[in-house]
Structure formats: C-alpha cells, structure tokens
Design a protein around this ligand. Structure first.
Ligand code: AMP
Ligand code: MG
Length: 501
C-alpha cells in the first residue's frame, strides 16, 4: 500500500458540495512513468523513490487513489474569447488533494487528463502526450526563469489512445498549483447569484492566499487589490521573456497569480508585438501586445463578480472597486519598466522620478522598435546586448550589429543606451553578469518543443528529457548544447500552436 505517499490536508474539499463534484480518476490500461520532477517532489516533501514505484506511478495514472485523497473536479465558469460560458469546470482534471510544502505553502496536487467528469461536456476527459509534454516543458522552463507558474510533478503515458485529428498516445500530467481557483470560479457563484457561496469562496481565498487582507478595513477590496497587483507583475514578467499565453480566458487566470493552463502558449523567436501563435485565436485577441489589456479586462470581470460582497449599494461598490481597477495600467507599466529595464542593464531606480522613468520607457520602446523593424530574435538580442561594454568596442559592437538587417537603426540607439548606463553605479562586468542573469539563453523555443514531442510520439523520450535538462538552467551557457540556444532555421519556424484538447 501507499502508506503516506502524500500528507494530504484538503481544504477545498471541506467547502460546500456545490463548489465541486466528487470525482475519482478513471483508471488506464498501462501506466508508464515518463518523467518525475524530483526537485519539485522534495520541495513538496514527497519521497521520489516511493513515487517511482508501481504504487506511485499508479497514483499519477489515476489507477490508485492515494491514502488521504479527496478527489474532486472543481466547478467554474468563464469568458472564453470574450464569450460568457456559465458552466465550465474541470472537464478532465481531478484534484487529488492539497499538501503543505517545505516552506509551509499549501499546494494542490491535480491530475490533468484523468478521465471524464460531470464538467466534460463533449470532451473525453483525456489528454494526448503532446500537450502533456508541452505543459511539462514550458511550465518548468517558466519556473526556472522565476516566473510564477503552476508546476509539473510527473508525466505518465496511459497505454491508451486518444482521438484528436489523429490517433495519439494518451498521457496524464500531475500539476501542482498554489491553488486552482480562477477568476472564473468567482464568476460561477456571482452568475448564480449565490452570494453565500461567493462569500465563502472569497473567505477561503483570503485565508489561503492573502491572510494579510483579513486585517484590512475592507478585506474583499484588499484581496482584489493584491490579486490585481500579482497579475500586473505576472504579465510584466511574460512580456519581458517574450511569452504569449495564447488563451487568457477568465477561467485560465489564477487567483494566486500563477501562470496557468499551458495550451497554445509560445515563446516568440523574432520580435513582433502583434505575434499570435494560437490556431484558435483568429482575431489576435490574445496577441503578445494585448496581454496587459486583457489582464485588466479579466480583472474587471473579477471586480464585477465581487460587487455583491462589497456594499449593499451597487453604486458605492462599483466606485470602490473601480478605483483599484483603474490603477492596473500604472502598476503594470511600473512593473514592465523594471523588468525590461533590468534586461537592458538599467537596474538603478531612476533617481529623478517621472521624467527619468519616461526616459527609460522611451529607451525600451525604441529598442523594441528596432528589434521589430529588423526581425531580430528577442531572446538572443538581449543576450548579445548584455555582452557589450559601456565604451564602444569595435569588434564586440560589430558582432552585435550583425543581428540587424539595417544596423543603422540600432547604431543610433546604442549611444543613448550607453549614456543612460553612465547613470548606473555598476562596472561593465557587474552589469553584464546582471543582464546574463535575467536574459535567458535557453527558452522553450517552439521548434525544440515540437521536436521533443514528435520523438516522444515515436516512443523516444531522449529529446524531451534533454530539453527539460537544458531548460532547467536557462541563464547558464551549457557547452555542447549550443543548438538549443539557436533560433529556428527557415524550415524549422513554427507559425501556429494548437491547444490539442
Ligand atoms: P481550456 O481551453 O484548456 O482552458 O479548457 C476549457 C474547458 O474545456 C475546461 O472546462 C476544460 O476542462 C474543458 N476541456 C478541455 N479539454 C477537454 C477534454 N479533452 N475533455 C473534457 N473537457 C475538456
Ligand atoms: Mg482552462
């Protein structure tokens, strides 16, 4: 038996019955462990050796319910591409329970692809190996870049086929999240005018994630403000690494401020603000440059849902929460300027206040414009910039300028950048080290992810494992692994990604 595989303490399962459906995973034919995240396991105080045994693998496959689990599928609603859907819910996910990690943080352990649930609608409740490995690779790469994200604890194949456009091997991801509560969870109760449920959900979120809000004059407003702040910072992080979520529906926005739901997400190679990869995002609603605006739109949906908790007078409630909602653009911009500034080596907070901040924003804007005009690789451009000295060195500058089709465009920008660097107290070597520590050399480039998935579909997991290894140290040059840093060749460029559900 699995004596003590997980020390579960399941707070969500103690909420009222209408918050979820009791749901056990559906067993699969032939589970096989594809990868176990042993570092994450130890962070969660789990025993990796035990998790690798048949008992452990059977848990990840949904064939064995571990002791202490209270399996359930969560109810939620959401706006999908702006359209209201009153009932979504976990259509293929089962929350096994919660554990307390090494830092005292409560974490959800969820199986994704564990079979049908009452929320499956037309779906089969399953996941194909491609999307499972993709989520494993990208979510762990995000974590290695210190971006708040759900994590991947394990991937198993099921030995069963799933039927999409093609017949594909089935798989299950064990996902770990600070919680799986979404904007859409609040919308679910608000839309039903279930004010008691809404209040219980908000109280649960405050107790679990934002206990400091409990002491505020208006705890629900304080909770909203913290969620908004987290999202502003999260989206600024995405922008700074060239990440496009691809499906920022309100049911895919975490209340805990983590990146969640890796469907058709992608990292940009060549920089362009309008970039869209998702095959289902036909109007570019979730294009790279639209992400902050969509974040605010989703937060407006959350604000709307919270109104009944704020004040008996709707006018009073709207006025109070709108004041906070309206701070999103400036909070985002401040976070964005810090993130992008650090990428350019601008670590000093501008001394003179507004005017200097504007100067930095202009510098960032002109830099990105030069990248876009010249179709330059976003990640490599920052990496190369980080090797330049404050005084022009002809050979180094030439190597950098070679990235640009029309080097004149950036030759004008470089002196302005160098002038701004003069206000930094750091030496060349300090600044270069700082820039290398925030500008990743290795990102989960689409062509590498697809290469790993294609091999896995043919039962070769070597490329998947190697890609995971490379991406676990994204900032460090790894000799012999140069090809993982390179942009795609013309033949390798991926123009579309699919959520594959
Ligand atoms: P997503 O686009 O991944 O955020 O999913 C939107 C909704 O569709 C959620 O309620 C999912 O649980 C559900 N869903 C996605 N794929 C499947 C599937 N294969 N079977 C059942 N439900 C699914
Ligand atoms: Mg989702």
């Amino acid at each position: 038996m699995d004596q003590g595989l997980f020390a579960f303490d399941n707070s969500y399962a103690r909420l009222p019955e209408r918050f979820f459906a009791h749901q056990e995973p559906t067993p699969v034919a032939a589970p096989r462990l594809l990868r176990l995240n042993t570092l994450l396991a130890s962070e969660l105080e789990l025993d990796s050796a035990a998790l690798k045994t048949a008992d452990g693998v059977n848990v990840f496959a949904g064939n064995h319910l571990p002791q202490g689990a209270s399996p359930l599928s969560m109810a939620y609603a959401g706006h999908q591409f702006g359209n209201w859907v009153p009932q979504l819910g976990d259509g293929r996910a089962v929350l096994l329970g919660e554990v307390i990690d090494r830092h005292g943080q409560r974490r959800d352990i969820q199986l994704k692809g564990a079979g049908p649930t009452p929320y499956s609608r037309m779906g089969d409740g399953r996941a194909a190996i491609g999307p499972v490995l993709r989520e494993y690779i990208v979510s762990e790469a995000m974590a290695a870049m210190a971006v708040p994200t759900t994590r991947a604890l394990a991937a198993v194949s099921t030995g069963e086929a799933v039927f999409r456009e093609r017949v594909l091997p089935g798989a299950i991801l064990t996902r770990v999240a600070t919680s799986h509560i979404r904007v859409g969870t609040f919308q679910f109760f608000a839309a039903r005018q279930d004010i008691a449920g809404l209040g219980q959900l908000a109280d649960h979120v405050i107790a679990r994630h934002y206990p400091e809000a409990a002491a505020a004059a208006q705890p629900y407003l304080a909770m909203f403000e913290t969620i908004l702040n987290r999202q502003a910072h999260l989206i600024a992080r995405w922008m700074a690494i060239g990440f496009i979520h691809g499906v920022m529906n309100t049911d895919n926005m975490s209340i805990a401020g983590e990146t969640i739901d890796y469907g058709p997400c992608a990292f940009m190679d060549v920089f362009h603000p309008e970039t869209v990869f998702s095959s289902i995002d036909r109007d570019g609603r979730y294009a790279y440059i639209n992400q902050p605006g969509i974040g605010q739109w989703n937060l407006a949906c959350l604000a709307q849902s919270l109104l009944p908790l704020l004040d008996p007078s709707e006018d009073v409630a709207v006025a109070a929460i709108k004041d906070i909602l309206d701070t999103f653009p400036q909070r985002f911009e401040a976070a964005y300027r810090r993130e992008m500034g650090a990428k350019l080596g601008l670590t000093n907070a501008p001394a003179g206040g507004k005017e200097d901040a504007e100067g930095d924003m202009n510098l960032i804007r002109d830099w990105l414009q030069a990248l876009a005009d010249n179709h330059v690789d976003f990640s490599l451009a920052h990496r190369h910039l980080g090797s330049l000295d404050i005084t022009s060195d002809v050979a180094k500058d030439a190597a950098f300028l070679a990235l640009f089709n029309e080097p004149e465009t950036v030759a004008e920008w470089l002196p302005a950048w160098r002038q701004r660097l003069a206000a930094e107290a750091s030496s060349d070597s300090q600044r270069q080290a700082n820039m290398m520590a925030v500008n990743a050399l290795y990102i989960p480039r689409n062509h590498l992810v697809e290469e790993a998935i294609a091999a896995a579909e043919n039962d070769d997991f070597g490329p998947f494992d190697e890609l995971c290894e490379v991406l676990s140290r994204p900032f460090e040059a790894q000799p012999g692994r140069e090809r993982f840093a390179e942009p795609p060749t013309a033949e390798q460029v991926v123009t579309q990604t699919f959520c594959g559900t």
